[in-house]
Design a protein around this ligand. Structure first.
Ligand code: SAM
Ligand code: SF4
Length: 331
């Protein structure tokens, strides 16, 4: 049953949902999780597949057609491809994608494709094994690259994006190797500015290496030309002037793109977040498990989305980092 489109109080139509399917992860990236991990959610606290499916279907009927599954590390959730298959079968899901660290992709790529995934983003912060280890605290680069290759064997999954978090005094040396990688492979590489969502709460502005700085490094070697910005796009995409590939920059800190943000997020324990940096969230698991009807849930969703933040305040004095960190929100 089609319902009224979901809109926030600033007139933005919501079309994109990120679902965190687990808060657990097999990596410990410096910019995301403390070395010792975080206290994991109890199993019962986590939404069951049926519960996720019900919320995705309901939101789909309200115009939320783009669904990205993330975490934590989504591929560590048991039977994850089964969830993908259930969501891919929903009429109102038009684009189903996954963000993964790639460690289990060699094992799961074929199952995910068979389940109906449309697109996959793989996070890789360095193309050098020792530096990858330094950043993720796991010696896993060869395994991740094998996963990427396994995925590449399925041309129906397209485009494949490779995301690297950009940190000052680290990523400068990765710019040219990643640009070269983007030129030689059919992957779109994107650099993401470091955001204050780290598990150690150690973010500071001077650790942010901006997309513009990285772009200048690459442009000096291989000139870049801007591609037109698509609506709701987070990345500024450039093509290499000689026609060999593309590269993108996601600049939430230096160049916020809140104006046409059409996203909401569902955490693994069933709360709705209307911004990465929200200080308030809305419980959906309670009402779901208490027997709420779809109409009840629709009202809760509409009320929460109506209050969606106009913009984030990372650049304002007095910014407060949310308690939940990136892995517990679903990036
Ligand atoms: N584990 C999966 C992965 O790493 O791709 C999915 C979840 S992870 C939280 C999603 C994305 O958020 C990754 O690309 C990761 O690099 C990015 N990320 C994590 N912490 C971040 C931070 N503090 N600032 C910017 N990006 C961050
Ligand atoms: Fe895990 Fe992804 Fe966070 Fe790295 S960024 S610790 S892979 S959730």
């Amino acid at each position: 049953m089609a319902r009224e489109p979901l809109r926030d109080g600033h007139g933005r139509a919501i079309g994109d949902l990120r679902v965190s399917v687990t808060d657990r992860c097999n990596f410990r990236c410096q910019y995301c999780m403390p070395a010792e991990g975080l206290p994991w959610l109890e199993r019962e606290a986590i939404l069951h597949f049926e519960e996720i499916e019900r919320l995705v279907a309901l939101l789909g009927s309200m115009g939320v057609h783009d669904i990205r599954l993330t975490g934590g590390e989504p591929l560590v959730r048991r039977e994850f491809p089964k969830l993908v298959a259930r969501l891919a079968a929903l009429e109102d899901v038009h684009d189903l994608s996954v963000t993964t660290n790639g460690f289990l992709l060699e094992r799961d790529a074929a199952a995910l494709v068979e389940a109906g995934v449309d697109r996959v983003n793989v996070s890789i912060d360095s193309l050098q094994r020792d530096r990858f280890y330094e950043m993720t605290r796991r010696d896993a680069l060869p395994q991740v690259l094998r996963g990427l290759e396994a995925l590449g064997a399925h041309p129906q999954v397209h485009p494949i994006k490779v995301n690297a978090v950009a940190l000052r005094d680290f990523t400068e040396d990765e710019a040219i190797p990643f640009a070269d990688f983007a030129r030689r492979h059919p992957y779109e590489v994107r650099f993401i500015e470091f955001m204050p969502l780290d598990g150690d709460h150690a973010w500071s502005r001077d650790q942010v290496l901006t997309g513009d700085e990285l772009r200048a490094i690459i442009h000096a070697r291989w000139p870049l030309e801007p591609e037109p910005r698509e609506p709701h796009a987070t990345a500024r995409v450039f093509r290499f002037a000689d026609g060999q590939g593309r590269i993108g920059f996601i600049n939430p800190v230096s160049e916020p793109f809140c104006g046409d943000c059409n996203r909401i997020r569902l955490t693994a324990d069933g709360t709705l977040r209307t911004c990465l940096f929200s200080l308030n969230e809305t419980d959906l698991r309670g009402p779901l498990r208490a027997g709420a009807s779809d109409d009840d849930l629709e009202q809760i969703l509409r009320d929460a989305v109506w209050r969606k933040e106009l913009k984030h305040h990372v650049n304002d004095p007095g910014f407060v980092q949310p308690t939940r960190t990136m892995s517990a929100i679903g990036g």
